[in-house]
Design a protein around this ligand. Sequence first.
Ligand SMILES: Cc1cc2nc3c(=O)[nH]c(=O)nc-3n(C[C@H](O)[C@H](O)[C@H](O)COP(=O)(O)O)c2cc1C
Length: 321
Amino acid sequence: MNNKPYIAVAPMMDWTDRHCRYFHRLIAPHVHLFTEMVTTGALIHGDRDRFLRFDPTEQPVTLQLGGSGPADLARCAKMGEDYGYNAINLNCGCPSDRVQSGKFGACLMNEPELVADCIGAMMDLVHIPVSVKCRIGIDNSDDFSFLNKFIEETSKVKCKNFVIHARKAWLSGLSPKENREIPPLRYDIINEIKEKHSDLNIVVNGGIKTIEDTEQYLNSFNGVMIGREAYQNPYILADIERTFFDNMNILPREEVARAMIPYIAEQNRQYGTPAKSITRHMMGLFHSQPGGKKWRRALSEQSSIEEALNQMSEKNLEYAA
Ligand SMILES: Cc1cc2nc3c(=O)[nH]c(=O)nc-3n(C[C@H](O)[C@H](O)[C@H](O)COP(=O)(O)O)c2cc1C
């Protein structure tokens, strides 16, 4: 991590696919982007190119892997490096049943030695940075000493980079969505970790929604990761660019929307991708703006971007009023 602040959009399954990342990148040239979690099984047995290809303009992009086999993870990390990803991240935070049955995600927090083996195997094979994304704890193991043991064990293999979601996860009884809302946010535990391990890069995640939050956490941690707010209100990334990267060349919302038109046409031509698979990520572009609801409705009704922009133009707004 260099001296520019590290601010990232979180990995989000079904949300941060390559189209979403292309769109986010148009708004924000400096933030770090993550893929959705990709399992080792999908990369080893599935259509690798479908999971890994991305547009070079998306960089810097981190590939997030889900798995618990050191050799498989190392193999997949190498694939990621060969595809040009900027870094690799291991998911130790997802609590879904599907992930638990594959013995990876948040349940790995109970097996820090295995995580250390996984990280060590990846670090031995690739030259790009490797990081871990975890929760503060799981089930009733949710105090400082549990997280500290996990961090100490996994950092023994010289892993220096951690993204910590400030909530614990319940491995049974809560859905993944509830697990992002119900357990309380405990930044204090991450603070203690950072104080004890000042040599580690600790990126804080969970419930960060404003520029003020971002500023505050950048003072105590090495970076900030924003999830749902960046997806639902993507133009917050423009404020982030202005505030933290002194970037005054931000594209206005309409220009961002128009810049997606040739991309959509090209994706359709090259891969047959339907426009709606791309425009679904753009629903929040006019969040809290006049006409924002019309934009959202037009896109959900599968209007083209030009039509959606026309529908929210001033004339239409006057008419609606
Ligand atoms: C739809 C959705 C999908 C997610 N998928 C992943 C994932 O694939 N990997 C992961 O580590 N976290 C995943 N998360 C969790 C986020 O990365 C993040 O840790 C969480 O949303 C908390 O941050 P926030 O409060 O800023 O949203 C997902 C979250 C959402 C909302």
